[in-house]
Design a protein around this ligand. Structure first.
Ligand SMILES: [Zn+2]
Length: 438
């Protein structure tokens, strides 16, 4: 595989907080081989990044790779008009491909899909692997293992409903058979389902224990959707690897301490609470909006409590449109982490959530996923929201997106635009599927 050298880079490794103001970063065989002070003249063949910032590629630990664009107004096609030629379901594949391009162009080099309809995420992963479409590295859970529940009627093929220890074990095996990289379970109901109360546990302790045992025995990690405290407690105590949402954890400091001790990662998904409480409040059941407002406050309280307890945090946007994921990093930073810890959540923290410790680090041996940024994200993380500031995206040691450092475009880029991305707002434009992922 091709070798690559970045010269005169401000190299930031958020996992260690290390900053080298004038560094050279060498890459060979898809891995970083060297990060050292740059001295002397620009070596032949090196890319002079002219003092720009180089970070590990960003990782989103909580996405739903779905062709449904209801969370992404303006991203998919315009809403269908009456009398218009019917839109085939298969258009959804192009929406997925566009999503993957948008992720890559925004500097997201890995995503962890925590539930998609049918086999959409699994097929998209294969398309990217085969070079049929540009996209980030994709890990997916296949379908979400849930108790038989009202949410099953809303989420349909995103869920695998199962009850009792043997059924849930079979559901784990079915996800592996389907092509899952890890397993996700619903320890509580979902905030987005009117007939579910997200406060009590939904699966029993016995069921969660069976899922974790089955998954871990065959080498799969386990993510737990966890809103209320009772289910969150079962998930933490039974040894899941990541807690998704986890907003109630501030009420139980002993659980945060246990997570820090065991290395269980929290993915706070602040943006998803903004969605239901604010952005899309006009289209949700009022009770759920009121509930989400309370949850939004709790999620921020838990963010700070988890940081203080030493829990590893991971960025997970759980919102749309694809490519606006860095809003979650900004919210984590401004919600109390500060820029360096938020950058760590979006790199090494999310890598820990994915169980891929070779990702998300700027050091020799790490996978060469890199982002070259104009500006200083330590001083102001919001520079990362400006599409024109993402100058190069390197994935597995190859330049895959971004602008040439002198100006002209290379690779696949959206229109040049120095305006920051607005916070995701506006009415949805449904395209091709059901909505409201958990
Ligand atoms: Zn989600």
């Amino acid at each position: 595989m091709e070798a690559l050298r970045l010269w005169n880079a401000r190299a930031i490794d958020p996992s260690s907080g290390t900053v080298i103001d004038r560094a050279t970063i060498s890459v060979a065989g898809g891995r970083i081989t060297e990060v050292v002070e740059a001295t002397g003249d620009t070596p032949a063949g090196a890319i002079d990044v002219a003092g720009r910032t180089v970070l590990p590629g960003f990782i989103d630990a909580h996405v739903h790779l779905v062709s449904d664009v209801s969370r992404s107004p303006g991203f998919g096609p315009a809403p269908q008009l009456k009398g218009e030629d019917p839109r085939p379901r298969e258009l959804g594949w192009f929406v997925l491909a566009k999503s993957c391009s948008a992720l890559l162009e925004s500097g997201i080099t890995t995503v962890r899909d925590v539930g998609a309809y049918d086999d959409e995420a699994i097929v998209m992963r294969r398309a990217v692997e085969l070079g049929l479409a540009p996209g980030p590295r994709i890990l997916t859970c296949g379908r979400i293992i849930s108790a038989t529940s009202p949410g099953g009627r809303i989420f349909g093929s995103m869920y695998a409903e199962a009850d009792g220890p043997w059924e849930v074990r079979r559901a784990v095996r079915e996800q592996l058979r389907r092509g899952a990289d890890f397993v996700k379970l619903m320890s509580t109901g979902a905030r987005s389902v009117e007939r579910e109360d997200p406060e009590p546990a939904q699966l029993t302790r016995e069921e969660i224990a069976a899922i974790v045992d089955e998954a871990h025995r065959i080498g799969l990690r386990v993510a737990a959707h966890a809103e209320g405290l009772a289910g969150t407690r079962l998930a933490v105590e039974e040894g899941v690897d990541t807690i998704e949402h986890g907003l109630a954890l501030h009420r139980a400091p002993e659980l945060l301490a246990a997570m820090a001790e065991a290395g269980q990662v929290l993915v706070p998904t602040l943006s998803t609470f903004h969605d239901l409480a604010e952005r899309f409040s006009h289209e949700w059941v009022p009770r759920l909006v009121d509930q989400a407002k309370r949850q939004l406050e709790e999620a921020y309280t838990t963010l700070v409590a988890a940081r203080e307890a030493g829990v590893t945090l991971a960025m997970g946007f759980d919102s749309g449109p694809p490519g606006a994921n860095i809003w979650e990093l900004v919210r984590m930073s401004e919600g109390g982490l500060g820029s360096m810890a938020a950058l760590a959540a979006a790199t090494s923290g999310a890598a820990a959530a994915a169980g891929l410790p070779d990702l998300g680090r700027l050091r020799p041996g790490a996978v060469a996923d890199l982002v070259v940024v104009d500006g200083d994200p330590i001083a102001d993380v919001r520079v990362l929201l400006r599409p024109s500031r993402i100058r190069l995206v390197i994935h597995d040691g190859l330049v895959v997106a971004g602008r040439d450092l002198d100006g002209p475009a290379i690779g696949r880029v959206a229109a040049v635009d120095d305006e920051p991305l607005e916070p995701p707002t506006g009415p949805p434009s449904p395209c091709c599927g059901p909505s409201g992922a958990s």
